[in-house]
Design a protein around this ligand. Sequence first.
Ligand SMILES: Nc1ncnc2c1ncn2[C@@H]1O[C@H](COP(=O)(O)OP(=O)(O)OP(=O)(O)O)[C@@H](O)[C@H]1O
Ligand SMILES: [Mg+2]
Length: 482
Amino acid sequence: MDVKDVLQFTDTLFFSETGKHIDRLQETILKGTLDGQKYTEIAEEEHCTEGHVRNVASELWQILSNALDQEVNKSNFRRTLQRSNLSIRSSPFTNVSNVNFCNNSNIKDSEVMNNRSPASPSNLEKTPTQPHLDLSDAPKIFTFYDRTSELTTLKQWILDEDTRLLAILGIVGIGKTALAVNLVEQIKHEFDFIIWRSLATSPPLSILQTNIIQFLRRGDAPVSAPEEKATTGGLSLVDYLQKYRCLLILDDVQMVNSSGQLAGNYQPGYEDYGTLFRQVGELSHNSCLLLLSSEKPREIAALEGKNQPIRSLQLNGLGAGAREILREKGLAEDENWSELIEQYRGNPLWLKIVATMIQDLFNGNISELLSDDTLFLGDLESLLDQPFNRLSEPEKQVMSSLASETAPVSIAKLRENMQLSRSRQRCVAVSQLLKIMQSLGRRSLIEKIQEGDRTFFTLGPVLKEYVKQTCCCQVSSTSNLD
Ligand SMILES: Nc1ncnc2c1ncn2[C@@H]1O[C@H](COP(=O)(O)OP(=O)(O)OP(=O)(O)O)[C@@H](O)[C@H]1O
Ligand SMILES: [Mg+2]
């Protein structure tokens, strides 16, 4: 599609919605968008304010979205038109109207309008824009609160900033999967293929790839059948990600990592996952690989950056939505909800579990639970066993030491507590301690508190209670970390 075709076609759509042709500023916005210009640059060119350009553009995208019945914005304008495969020349609409743009039409608006039916834009020749979905591994989410800013950030990264490798990270139950399910719902029309796979059973990469490629080949890919036969025989998953615009979601990615080692080490035989993640992050393509994990993958840690196509989003507790969870569970005494939410760190699953228990034991009255000095874990204990059983011994020792502290501690204090020896061995031990803290951070298990230029570390109340109550406390805090 050349620029003239795009402008002409856009004008047709615009006219069909408003009965008017696009004006000069709207045309400049469209051209600028195709040229990758920023709104500031367009404003300079048109000698007006950026705010004005944004307002006009926003109205324009809205009108085009209505006309095409799908979201059109600055970042997806070109792609949407390409994918829609709409051609002004092949449109029966234009055969009769010979529509021009920018008020140059020598056909009266009324003549064009009279020809709208049955050839309105929704009747134009159009390739279906439905993506090929394989979400059989994705759970159904029934209620979903908050996460507006997280969704905005993720959409911006994926749609506007072409992020290729992305991880949503957070502790068990924080809502990684639920967030991704909602994200997919909102952006699915931007992709040719959307595939969701869980790594909960630790499938070897070769099996996973074969399975995904089978779906990609079965899908009605937008290439001709002979070409498909001739070319797909030896294509790898990465080849497909380069060939089509795919959104591939891998859930429970931590399950291909080793237990008993620092975070991010692959299980023996699973190192090829790391190679795949690196390739997806570094090669040029239009697809996005979204990883959901309670441990930050090593490749993400190494390659992510603000100006890089590799990012990670650390998920924290819910805000106001946490109250909705308690309301849904029918808890009483809403004046005490904030305290409960704070103690359980706004974690939706933890709150669901504790709210059920408050219902079961205290008929929904929170104060009876809060009156006890010990934080109640109940079913949370078995939920937390899984991430804790994955820790290395040195990590368990550090968790144990942090759990015994009443206030956040600095690395220096922690080192003292761990009774590290002085002299030369200390250097090794300090670097080891830093590695352990980094690993615990990558598992979202420690909280970091910044006071001026000093950093302190602590555990949240639930984790502290869990560590106190479980075997981690039996580990001697005087033992060496090596
Ligand atoms: N924003 C939300 N609003 C309401 N409920 C939520 C929200 N996010 C998550 N939940 C609920 O909390 C529970 C845990 O969410 P989810 O499974 O997404 O967490 P997770 O981080 O993927 O956990 P895991 O580490 O075990 O995979 C689910 O029941 C989910 O429906
Ligand atoms: Mg999950």
